[in-house]
Ligand binder design. Structure first.
Ligand SMILES: Nc1ncnc2c1ncn2[C@@H]1O[C@H](COP(=O)(O)OP(=O)(O)O)[C@@H](O)[C@H]1O
Ligand SMILES: [Mg+2]
Length: 369
């Protein structure tokens, strides 16, 4: 990747502080449930530095980075258990990046290390050019939505968000506005006076998401942000994530692969702590050298498709009416194959109801994990 780590000094009192640029949620509202029916996933509250107001405006080094997050051979072991095994990743600033993998793949452990809640056993992590544990440099620049985060049930939503904002260097006179803005952003502006304990699961998740967006952080880590949400709310959360693309770097984990395919620019597939594939969504889904043509009722001229010179192999699934054409990517691209195959099909009165390149992310993950 290109040059990075250009260092710029941001001096105290040099111009007005950016309205939104410098603060975020440092920590989950509460530690994850400590005793529970599921294995511990590693979240502990981030160390909340005691910052007197005003101190946050002091001199802070800020690096411009093209790669917002870089993991180099990161391993995390819990006793004999290796949760994360030699992971190397680069996440571009401004992108939406997906962490994909089955339960136990190491997603939450990776998030915890990125957030500075856990230290890698081996390897190095750089977040905005710093180690995640350099809290002074990173304070208020990272927003986190932990998996299964809990809200303080007796606090009102507004109080909770103001409290979180206050912990994050947001100037006192901006706290209320900031809190109301993020709440409105998750479509919850009427919830200000509700007690957190009264919220439905979907509402609580959105309040947590609002908390992660407080202060417009440069990096937002969302661990399964749509898990357990009804489809409409999940859709809204996806729209919200998409709307932040370019404004900050988002790392999102999810079980819903179609969802990640829709919202992410790039992703990695984890399995038992290892990266089994990574790259842009296009690379991940189109890596296999095949196209699929869905056929409507009518003729299926497979033999003629087989005769095409660039075609290596043809399979036809009668039930799904799916024609799969394999080719050699070294000699021809998918678009050319699609052109020729469709030509042959149309010349022979086949009816086409859809064409796709490569495989969907879901199929890809199934192959790899
Ligand atoms: N604090 C911990 N102590 C022991 N094992 C852990 C701890 N945290 C996670 N693990 C184990 O590490 C593996 C990865 O867990 P996790 O990162 O939560 O996966 P995911 O989020 O992908 O489901 C799992 O096998 C899990 O049981
Ligand atoms: Mg997890």
């Amino acid at each position: 990747m290109a040059d990075e780590n250009v260092t710029t000094e941001v001096k105290a009192g040099e111009g007005p502080p950016p309205a939104n640029g410098e603060a975020a949620a440092p920590a989950p509202a509460e530690a994850k449930g400590d005793a529970g029916d599921k294995p511990p996933t590693g979240y502990v509250p981030a160390p909340l530095p005691a910052v007197a107001s005003g101190e946050g405006k002091r001199k802070r080094k800020k690096k411009d980075v093209e790669i917002a997050i870089r993991l180099t051979k990161v391993t995390k072991r819990f006793g004999p258990k290796t949760a994360v095994d030699q992971i190397s990743l680069k996440i571009r600033a401004g992108s939406v990046y997906g962490l994909i993998g089955p339960n136990g793949a190491g997603k939450t452990t990776t998030f915890s290390m990125l957030a500075g809640f856990l230290k890698p056993t081996e390897g190095t992590i750089e977040v905005l050019g710093y180690e995640p544990t350099q809290v002074d440099e990173l304070r208020s620049r990272i927003g986190v939505l932990p998996q299964d985060a809990l809200l303080p049930s007796s606090d009102r939503v507004g109080e909770f968000l103001r409290h979180m904002a206050a912990l994050q260097d947001i100037p006192r006179d901006r706290i209320e506005d900031e809190a109301r803005e993020v709440l409105a952003e998750v479509d919850g502006k009427d919830w200000w006076n509700l007690r957190c304990g009264q919220l439905s699961h979907g509402m609580a998740k959105r309040v947590q998401l609002a908390q992660a967006l407080l202060g417009d952080p440069e990096i937002v880590l969302l661990d399964e942000p749509t898990a357990g949400l009804d489809p409409r709310v999940a859709y809204e959360v996806r729209q919200l994530i998409k709307s932040r693309r370019g404004r900050c770097t988002l790392v999102v984990s999810s079980h819903n692969l179609q969802e990640l395919e829709e919202i992410c620019d790039a992703a990695c597939i984890l399995d038992r702590g290892r990266v089994v594939a990574s790259g842009s969504i296009q690379e991940l889904t189109a890596a296999s050298e095949e196209i699929h043509v869905k056929l409507g009722p009518g003729p299926v001229p497979i033999a003629l498709v087989r005769e095409l010179p660039m075609v290596k192999r043809v399979e036809y699934d009668d039930e799904k009416r799916d024609l799969c054409v394999y080719f050699d990517r070294g000699t021809v691209d998918a678009e050319t194959v699609i052109g020729h195959v469709l030509w042959v099909l149309l010349q022979n009165q086949a009816r086409i109801s859809g064409v796709t390149k490569g495989r969907g992310l879901e199929q890809r993950v199934m192959e790899l994990t």
